[in-house]
Design a protein around this ligand. Structure first.
Ligand code: PHE
Length: 330
């Protein structure tokens, strides 16, 4: 009897207590055995012993219940302690990431053109002279090659200086009509206040049977595009030159810093150049094997768009990774 009580009292965990409970109160437990022995007891002693056994059983049960409650409380306290949250602890504020303003601007540009059913085409960053220059009417001796300072590899491969080679690749792989844009990184040996050796372009191309795509189409889409990107600005087309387009134009918007009044940023002209464009030069169509085709092409620098849209004065701040700038674009 004493040892049964000790067994209950010495249990350290609820599992242990459960094993003790089975060994005492279970079907084959100590109490069951004691009751079984009653059959050997004489008839007049039976009631007395039965009574004693029942009292013992009740006593053990009480001790068991008390022990069980004690161990449960202990377990609760233990888990409360281990799962406790100390609200006074320092926790760094978790911050959400965000798209870099250049990528965000790129997405907006892509969205404008994909809404008009332009396909998005991509190509390799490491190009050859044929796709980057020759097919674009820039033969070896052409002085216009000087316009683009190129990173060359030893095997005459090069880092593409614009995304125009993607237009060449697409035209060589697909039949007209084609309506596409080519967004992506480009590289030039240029590094000063307003140039970085790597930047991003989106170029566009639309070609169809001769006579179907006109300069008027080009003018309409670029005006609509620039109004979508910059809001209510004035737009002008200025005659210009690119080897791969004829005629060619550069497109200006009225300065969004001074509303055309003239300021330092627009060099007191009231205008900001944002795009190059033109009708695809016949020599380009010849290089890709197209006949009786006409089309337009345009190209823009995404960093410049991002700076103008968000009025970021210094190009370098787009590459410094300063969180104070980036956090404003969350
Ligand atoms: N490829 C030209 C550049 O990188 C941009 C451009 C594209 C101009 C298409 C006209 C037409 O400068």
């Amino acid at each position: 009897m004493k040892q049964w009580i000790d067994k209950i009292k010495e249990a350290l965990t609820l599992d242990e207590l459960e094993r003790v409970r089975v060994s005492i109160f279970g079907k084959k437990g100590e109490l069951a055995k004691a009751f079984a022995k009653m059959k050997d007891v004489s008839a007049d002693e039976k009631p007395k012993i039965a009574k004693e056994l029942n009292i013992l059983k009740q006593k053990l049960q009480k001790i068991y219940e008390e022990k069980k409650a004690e161990l449960e409380e202990l377990k609760l306290q233990k888990s409360l302690k281990s799962e406790a949250i100390d609200v006074s602890l320092y926790s760094p504020r978790a911050t959400d990431g965000a798209l870099h303003p250049v990528m965000h601007t790129m997405d907006r540009i892509i969205e404008y053109f994909t809404d008009l059913n332009f396909a998005v085409e991509t190509g390799p960053l490491v190009e050859d002279e044929f796709h980057n220059f020759e097919a674009l009417n820039l033969p070896d001796y052409h002085p216009a090659r000087d316009m683009q300072d190129t990173f060359y590899f030893e095997d005459k491969k090069l880092l593409r200086t614009h995304t125009s080679p993607v237009q060449i690749r697409t035209m060589m792989n697909q039949k007209p009509p084609i309506r596409m844009i080519s967004p992506g990184a480009v590289f030039r040996r240029d590094f000063d206040l307003t140039h970085t050796p790597q930047f991003h372009q989106v170029e566009g191309l639309m070609v169809d049977k001769k006579g179907k795509v006109s300069f008027a189409n080009l003018k309409w889409i670029l005006e609509d595009f620039l109004h979508t990107m910059f809001g209510d600005v004035d737009i002008r087309f200025r005659p210009s030159f690119f080897p791969f387009t004829e005629p060619s134009a550069e497109v200006d918007i009225s300065c969004i810093f001074c509303s055309g009044e003239g300021c330092r940023i627009c060099s007191h002209t009231g205008w900001l150049e944002v795009l190059g464009c033109g009708m695809v030069d016949p020599n380009v169509f010849k290089a890709v094997g197209y006949e009786d085709i006409s089309g337009y092409a345009f190209g823009l620098g995404v960093e410049r768009f991002a700076m103008l849209i968000h009025k970021i004065p210094d190009l370098r701040s787009l590459f410094e990774g300063d969180l104070r700038l980036l956090e404003q674009f969350r």
